[in-house]
Write a protein that binds this ligand. Structure first.
Ligand SMILES: O=C(CO)[C@H](O)[C@H](O)COP(=O)(O)O
Ligand SMILES: [Co+2]
Length: 222
């Protein structure tokens, strides 16, 4: 999607203190984070409900970083324009939730957003073969979607490597984003496997010094 040499860090607001969202956004604004990851859950595609359009609209007004919206919802095509109006800049839908994935990607692009497709841990990378050339981003779920604070599933490292070869062999511009259970211990291996973007919720927001943790995830320890 963009020329970049250092890993993009996208803190996930899901792990922030919801009573003090403004403080969380100011921290992200002042940090070396590149994006803000926003997780939308509908209680149907995943067994949890997070936050939705009104929250993203307000967050977008305050957030100076790119808004990376991860839709864990059924029938996401019904809400593409709503999320664009709320301030989404990258909009990611789940392959498992889309019957007409190519059409949904076209819809996202027609509204001026970057388009991402997310894969659950059990969904093979090979299912992207006929869409990879149209994508700006592929999100590899490294936990089962629905909750923050879960443990990284090790076999997803192999999927990141498979996706990296697919991207390289097809000349796709898609960035590889990895989401779930990322911490300071596994981040180097995830980057080594081919990740361009690391999502980190608990590791950033539950740390004593979130700004330093963001730098450390980038491999630039203070
Ligand atoms: O999509 C997600 C969960 O479905 C979140 O982005 C992810 O879980 C981040 O949280 P953590 O870093 O705590 O695992
Ligand atoms: Co997410």
């Amino acid at each position: 999607m963009t020329d970049q040499h250092t890993t993009i860090i996208a803190p996930s607001l899901l792990a922030a203190d919801f009573l003090h969202l403004a403080d969380a956004i100011q921290m992200v604004n002042k940090s070396e984070a590149d994006w803000l990851h926003l997780d939308v859950m509908d209680g149907r595609f995943v067994p949890n409900i997070s936050y939705g359009l009104p929250v993203i609209e307000q967050v977008s007004k305050a957030c100076k970083k790119l808004r990376d919206v991860h839709l864990m919802i059924e029938e996401p095509h019904l809400y593409i324009e709503d999320f664009q109006k709320a301030g989404a800049q990258v909009l990611t839908v789940h392959l498992e939730a889309c019957v007409h994935l190519h059409r949904t990607v076209q819809q996202i692009h027609s509204l001026g957003m970057k388009a991402g497709v997310a894969l659950n841990p059990h969904t093979p990378v090979s299912l992207l073969v006929d869409i990879i050339g149209d994508l700006d981003l592929v999100l590899i779920m490294s936990v089962n979607p629905g909750f923050g604070g879960q443990k990284f599933i090790p076999h997803t490292l192999k999927k990141i490597m498979e996706l990296k070869s697919l991207v390289q062999s097809t000349g796709s511009k898609a960035l590889i984003e990895v989401d779930g259970g990322i911490n300071l211990e596994n981040a180097p291996a995830v980057i080594q496997a081919g990740a361009d973007v690391l999502v980190a919720g608990s590791t950033v927001f539950h740390s004593k010094d979130p700004k330093s943790t963001i730098l450390a995830l980038k491999g630039q320890v203070l």
